[in-house]
Design a protein. Sequence first.
Length: 369
Amino acid sequence: MSEMTAFAPGRLQRRALLLAALASPSALALAAPGTRELRPLRFPRDFGSHPDWRTEWWYITGHAEVPDAGGSRTFGFQVTFFRSRVDEAQSLQSAFAARHLVSAHPAPTDLKAPRLLHDQRIARAGMGVASASEGDTDIRLRDWSLKRQPDGRYAARVSASGFSLELDFAPTQPVLLQGDAGLSRKGAEPDETSYYYSEPQLKVGGRIALEDRHFEPTEGRAWLDHEWSETLMSPQAVGWDWIGMNLHDGSALTAFRLRDSAGRTLWAGGSWRDKSGKLLAFAQDEVKFEAQRPWKSPSSQASYPVEWKLATPAGRFAVNALLDDQELDSRGSTGTIYWEGLSDLLDERGQAVGRGYLEMTGYAGKLKL
């Protein structure tokens, strides 16, 4: 069962005020098409924050193998930072105005236990509490941080109740531009679009601590997504299903779909980059998700498909969760409950060909961004 750190009453009151600002109607209003000039991505600038856009996240998921009692032990992990613009506060002159909110979710999965641990935070940007640099990836939320080094390595530092993550990620491949050179369609309307790039096949190092035990990965792979948008979903969409899979041969598979309240696909997409670096972007009608085995959360009562069949131009696959209960209750930060967990990718013969993360949103209620 997912575990979440308890919050002190004073912090709960402040958190409620921040969430109210984030959920205000004007903060969620859709931008009119054409209000943002689209341009090619430029690095290192676009590794950084984009405060002119409403919603943005930096998202690292992966797995690590660590020595344990003469054998090995597998961990999954998620470290995600969000930046959200609050439109109602943009014209306020006070230094205390919550013009932008920064939130974060760290979550290690211990397959041996088996269990998922989870913590969360939210704070207004500024005042030395939270920040997201525009020049490069450098996000801070009190003592939690994700920072990109000049040589391209990332460092994630999170100290939470019951666990800590001090993880380093070294690139082994170039940046992968999703969609059309980094412009990723999420619907039929022109404004249902995001900027989106990935860094798959990151080499994992550092340390994972659970309570009083420390583990140092001997091998592992991670995946970074950075995405920002003004309008990510159509009004009919309730959530999405997404995978980011590092294949054992060095290839990388992305697939996603947005769905309505009846479970019908509204839009789909993704990409395949083979081990030689050849990139294939999927058209929206070329990706098919077919739900298989469901799992019902004892906490939220939501039902999630924890096994899928997936058809893409790169082949047919199965996606199987390695632990059913990887549901995260983030109502204390981003205001939603979702499922995000370590999963295997299998080919048509049932052979494991990759490992990565599956994300499912909108099953415990419509997702609001």
